[in-house]
Design a protein. Sequence first.
Lengths: 305, 183
Amino acid sequence: MKNHEDIQADLPLYALGSLDADERQAIDQHLTEGCDSCARELQTWRDVVGMVPLEIPEVAPSGLKAKLLARVRAETATSAAPAHRPRTVARRRIGWAAPFALAALALLALATYQEIGWRAERERDAQVVANLEAERTRQATVVAELQRELEAARGNLATVSAALAARENDVASLRAALANAEQSLSILQARGLSLVALKETKDAPPAAGHVLLSAPTGRALFYAFDLPQVPADKTYELWWITEKQGPVQAGLFQPDARGLGRVEATVPEDAGAIQAAAVTIEAAGGVPKPQGPMVLIGTVGSSPS
Amino acid sequence: MLESEQLGAALRQRDEHALAEVYDRYGRTVYALALRITGDAGAAEEISIDSFWQLWQQAERFDVAQGSLLNWLLTIARSRAIDRVRARGARKRVQALDPTDVNHARPPDEAAELSQRRLLVRQAMETLPPAQRTALSLAYYEGLSHSQIAERLQEPLGTVKTRIRQAMGVLRRSLAPVLTTSQ
């Protein structure tokens, strides 16, 4: 058996008509037993339920009112009430019962009555048209306002997207720079570091470079300065000039916009001592032995410039 | 403008103008509900006419203190529409609608009050989580019981009940301004 609180909790569901039969009966019984507070509460819930369909936009069907009123009039005409009989019957009765003058007067009165009716109808129509115009204008304003807001929102979105893309680029650049810095630092922190300074060759444009060479770790870091850009089908190639194998490939690079080139290289293990480092311009992709013009050279043991 | 009570009294005296007035006020709302439930313009039209006809026939039984005319009409239309859908067994797609023919502007006070209610209802509905709204719609527009909704949504019965209770609670709180004045 449900108590008052259970019943009260089910009242919204009862008002909505969605309870199953047994639950419904329990509430019916509670209400018949005369619980005033539940009865009042139920009325409020019914009012709430009654407003649910107000979420649906209104729809005005064509000609429905005329059909409804026609049905009402048909019913009235067939019912007994004489006051509601059709006007034609009344008019005919006047025609039979009274002199022509009276009939004419009645017709005049009818005409006047209709004229008044028509005038009122026209005024009502004009009012309706005015209301519709006002509503249309209001809605057009709302639409224009919404469009403006939409445009503004689109603009903001584009700005934010661009800013985000720029940030992502920044992050990627910073990560790359950090990796380079870490690499450089790890070489600098190793023992047995030697420095090879490179200068431009005789006919090459002024440039410079240096190699940080860490023999114990077998790693090296090369930087070039002020090197001009080479065409897309060319590349700069760094060489170790070794005691046993002559020139050995150390890496390819393209200088950046500032003329700065960078190569992380390893030191060949069984080529004997490194006597010098050099840079040549080669076909893109690099070559196993130098063929192109040499632009930088520096020998090991020479002091930094 | 006739107040609701005066309208009720005029209807009881079988005043055709009173019925026309009630139709002008609420015809579109009643029709929209019937159309929403049945998805069929022809059926919605019949249901609307039948609902107003029933009001006309039973006007002497209508008691303003028991709720508004609109509420009464919507209750009748909803029940007729749900019966119609059940009898048909399946719901048709909503058909394209004729453009409106508005014969009379509604009285401004009435229109303002009704549009305030509409606004409150829509705002409240928009705040409902989709699951609550779905459960409420199935109960209201399809006339399903909780166990039927639970079955349809493959959810526990208790969950469905809670969702509908919560949704109704939100609606009631949001509609409080108009509920207190209407009581």
